[in-house]
Design a protein around this ligand. Sequence first.
Ligand code: FMN
Length: 341
Amino acid sequence: MAFPYSTAHQVPLYLAPMAGVSESPFRQLCRRFGADVVVTEFLSAEGIRRENPATIDKLRFGPGERPIGVQIFGADPDAMREAASLVTDVFAPEFIDINFGCPVKKVVKRNGGSGCLKDLTLVTDVIRAVISGTHLPVTVKIRSGWNEEMRDPVSIALRCQDAGAQVLTLHPRTRAQMYSGNARWDEIAAVAAALEIPVIGNGDIKSADDAVRMYRETGCEGVMIARGSFGQPWVFDQARALIEGLPMPSAPPVEERFAIASDHARMAQSYENDPRGAAIEFRKHLGWYVKGLPGSADLRRKLHLVESLSAVDEIFGEYLAARARGDVALSEGEAEEARAA
Ligand SMILES: Cc1cc2nc3c(=O)[nH]c(=O)nc-3n(C[C@H](O)[C@H](O)[C@H](O)COP(=O)(O)O)c2cc1C
């Protein structure tokens, strides 16, 4: 079966829904770097239906982010239906995605996120309720089960398809695993073989090579990248090239990497109302952008103290100047490596 929304490529690359990360500025950036589809972070159906200002604020997105899915979570079918209806009427994304994967205690204790996977009747009820509240395609993102005993991704996925889900993403770990162990790509292959609707593979894609390997090894129809996009949004362009059988573009040199980070910071700044809060929230991205650079420990320490995003350009400028002088402050380990070389 085809995708229920149009995507620029036959094998779409997705930026995963990620709380505190897949926000509007990062989604825009990843779209620019080749992500075909983006998804908001998970948003509480209760928060949406009560029009909680903080939740509604997170629903904002711009035309450059489309196609976009809004992801909602909750275990109350009525709340899920109402939330889907409001999101459809007010924000009109390309699709509504239901989160059946979140492992966080606060969410699962009310049976939200992966908590739903303990009761497949609830999974069916939630999907049907959301479908009844929207004319948009409804998609789901699941884990492989609640725990090892209940691990059965194919049955869960078939339930979702039968209830009317039009695309399914599998992160093949159980809730009990949280993020430990390896994502079981063999389960993506099994689900892709069993379902008629498109299946998106997700889990442990750290590089463009991994993305192509997942596509080839599992027969999934699309690939979703989460942590592998941290500090390297260009991973989407790289993965696209490899999927098309083209040479992989190399990662940008450090000056360009900093320019991308600064651009991202400016977008974050203009998106948020509170400049200091925006800078503090942005520190994690800065840490990711400089990971692996010589002297990155010292650089990261400085960046983790920024309280305004204008300070970022200054720190980057100082680093580039020190680098040009051959005077980057290396960590003990890096200095030892340099001496040994
Ligand atoms: C910081 C963070 C926040 C996340 N938030 C969400 C979320 O809001 N909704 C969701 O479905 N998954 C969420 N996830 C899970 C990811 O979408 C993805 O399934 C998981 O990280 C595995 O993919 P990866 O190995 O490519 O990181 C989150 C993951 C991370 C690391």
